[in-house]
Design a protein around this ligand. Structure first.
Ligand SMILES: C[S@@+](CC[C@H](N)C(=O)[O-])C[C@H]1O[C@@H](n2cnc3c(N)ncnc32)[C@H](O)[C@@H]1O
Length: 224
C-alpha cells in the first residue's frame, strides 16, 4: 500500500514515519508513506500556500491552487482509492474505517493548517473527510499520522504476530482484555491463576469474559 501525505509543514511528520512499526512496514516493502511539501507546488516566489479569507476574519486559509496542482501531479502516476482530508468536522475515525482503508492500495491524505482549506478543494477533490475526535488541533499532521498508523499496522506482515491486531480493542466491538507479564508476583500483586495454567481453552474463555465485562463497564455503547 502507498500513502501520499500532503502537508505545508512536512518536517512535523518525518520523525514519526522514520521510527516505530511504520518504519518496519516501509523497510519490509509492505507500506510506503511519501510526504509532499505543499510549498513545492506554490507558484509564489515566497512559496506561500495560504492567503486571507474572503469576507475577512481571523486566520489564513490554504489556497486551492497548490493543493490542486499537487493532487493532479500525484494522480498522473496512479489512481487513488480515496483522497482524504483530515478535518474536525469529518466522520469520526473508527476501527472499522481503519479496517476498510487497510485493504486499499493508494491513498492521499491532505493535512490542513491555519483556518483550514479553501472549501472548493473539499467539494471537488476530496473523497473522504476524517476527524480524529471532537477537539481542534493546529494542523492535520498528527491526525494524518494517527490514521496512517491505524491503517498500516493492519496490513498482513506488519505486526510480528498477524493475529495480534485481531485481538485489539474495537475488533468485534469489544475492548481488549487485561494483559500481564513477568513477574507473576510483584510484592504480593499476583497475576490471575488461569493465565499461568497453560490451558489454552480456559485462557481464551477467561479473556473473552474479561473483554465483555470491560466493554460493559467502559463502553456499553459498543455492545448495542
Ligand atoms: C486549526 S484547524 C482548523 C479548524 C477549523 N477552522 C474548524 O473549526 O473546523 C487546522 C487543521 O488541523 C486539522 N485538524 C484539527 N483538528 C482536527 C481533528 N480533530 N481531526 C482531524 N484534523 C484536524 C485539519 O486539517 C484542519 O484543517
Amino acid at each position: 500500500m502507498r500513502i501520499d501525505i500532503i502537508s505545508c509543514v512536512p518536517r512535523l511528520l518525518d520523525s514519526y514515519f522514520d521510527h516505530s512499526i511504520l518504519k518496519r512496514a516501509k523497510d519490509a516493502g509492505l507500506a510506503e508513506v511519501v510526504i509532499h511539501d505543499l510549498r513545492d507546488y506554490s507558484e509564489n516566489k515566497h512559496r506561500q500556500v495560504d492567503d486571507y479569507a474572503f469576507g475577512g476574519g481571523a486566520g489564513m486559509v490554504l489556497g486551492i491552487e497548490p493543493i490542486a496542482k499537487c493532487i493532479r501531479y500525484l494522480q498522473s502516476f496512479r489512481n487513488y482509492d480515496e483522497i482524504i482530508y483530515m478535518t474536525p468536522d469529518g466522520d469520526v475515525f473508527e476501527q472499522k474505517t481503519a479496517n476498510r482503508l487497510s485493504m486499499t492500495r493508494n491513498l492521499i491524505i491532505l493535512c490542513g493548517h491555519y483556518k483550514g482549506i479553501d472549501e472548493r478543494v473539499r467539494e471537488h477533490f476530496i473523497t473522504k473527510e476524517i476527524s480524529i475526535g471532537d477537539y481542534v488541533l493546529s494542523g492535520g499532521e498528527l491526525p494524518a499520522a494517527v490514521v496512517s498508523d491505524a491503517i498500516i499496522r493492519l496490513i498482513p506482515g506488519v505486526l510480528n504476530d498477524e493475529t495480534s491486531a485481531l485481538t485489539d480493542s474495537f475488533q468485534d466491538n469489544l475492548l481488549a482484555p487485561p494483559v500481564y507479564t513477568r513477574p507473576a508476583d510483584f510484592e504480593g500483586l499476583t497475576v490471575p491463576e488461569v493465565l499461568l495454567s497453560g490451558h489454552e481453552k480456559k485462557i481464551n474463555d477467561w479473556r473473552l469474559e474479561q473483554s465483555i465485562k470491560r466493554t460493559q463497564q467502559r463502553r456499553p455503547d459498543l455492545l448495542k
